[in-house]
Design a protein around this ligand. Structure first.
Ligand SMILES: Nc1ncnc2c1ncn2[C@@H]1O[C@H](COP(=O)(O)OP(=O)(O)O)[C@@H](O)[C@H]1O
Ligand SMILES: [Mg+2]
Length: 233
């Protein structure tokens, strides 16, 4: 039996009101299983980031349940949500979201609970950037900045990495390096949820969910997983 890490049930999120009311999520149910490399695919505006932000507790749903480790995180209070974000999910964003006036090393160790010096150095080494630890983000390329952001996300006790268009701001070579890194991280045991509009990237997933207009339109196992190295887009 596969173990469910996140069970999102019937999520609804609307924006606007009256004539301007729109459903960013219109009854989305998605279960993330332990050790999934789940890619959620869909065109711009279909609700991918909204979904990721809900399961990452960055934003709140209007209704629905998100069961993680036996409790519904929708019902957590602010303190509970802070601890959830800190300990149970790592986030990687399209535009890296690094803090620009502190060093790479400080970015990786900033979050409370992540101040383990040795671990931070190991992580920077594993993303190939230990020699850049005293640089500032602006001194690095986009691809390097994204690898710092991945090291930051890994410097948490969480089992799950949520990635929102992680290659969206990168050139092809840097994008591929980031995908290879995510593949390695998955092979080492992390569960990954990656949302993208780039169809080719879904080839590396073991499961592919397609969304359209705030709904899930398909949820399939990928029988033909392609290595990041071989993906072209
Ligand atoms: N803060 C917001 N205010 C109003 N509308 C929003 C907001 N965030 C997202 N939306 C709308 O919700 C829909 C889904 O957005 P999003 O989840 O960002 O899509 P995707 O990530 O798939 O491109 C879009 O129509 C978008 O315009
Ligand atoms: Mg998005």
């Amino acid at each position: 039996m596969e173990k469910a890490l996140i069970e999102a049930k019937n999520l609804v999120k609307t924006y606007g009101e009256g004539e301007g009311l729109m459903y960013a999520l219109n009854g989305v149910s998605i279960t993330v299983y332990e050790h999934d490399f789940l890619v959620i695919l869909g065109g711009s505006g279909c609700g991918k980031s909204t979904f990721l932000n809900m399961i990452g507790a960055i934003d709140k749903v209007d209704s629905g349940e998100i069961i993680v480790n036996g409790r519904d995180i929708v019902k957590l209070n602010d303190r509970g949500l802070t601890l959830y974000r800190r300990n149970e999910v790592g986030f990687v964003y399209q535009f890296f979201n690094l803090i620009n006036d502190i060093t790479v090393y400080q970015n990786v160790t900033l979050a409370p609970g992540s101040r383990n010096k040795e671990r931070a150095e190991q992580l920077l080494d594993s993303v190939g950037l230990l020699d850049k630890k005293n640089k500032f983000p602006r001194q690095l390329s986009g691809g390097q900045q994204q690898r710092v952001a991945i090291a930051r996300a890994l410097n948490k006790p969480s089992d799950i990495l949520l990635c929102d268009e992680p290659t969206g701001a990168l050139d092809d070579a840097s994008g591929k390096a980031v995908l290879k890194l995510l593949e390695e991280i998955h092979n080492e045991g992390k569960t990954i949820v990656l949302v993208t509009h780039t169809r080719e990237i879904a080839q590396m997933a073991n499961r592919i969910i397609t969304m359209k207009s705030g709904q899930v339109v398909s949820d399939v196992r990928n029988e033909n997983i392609v290595k990041a190295e071989e993906i072209e887009w």
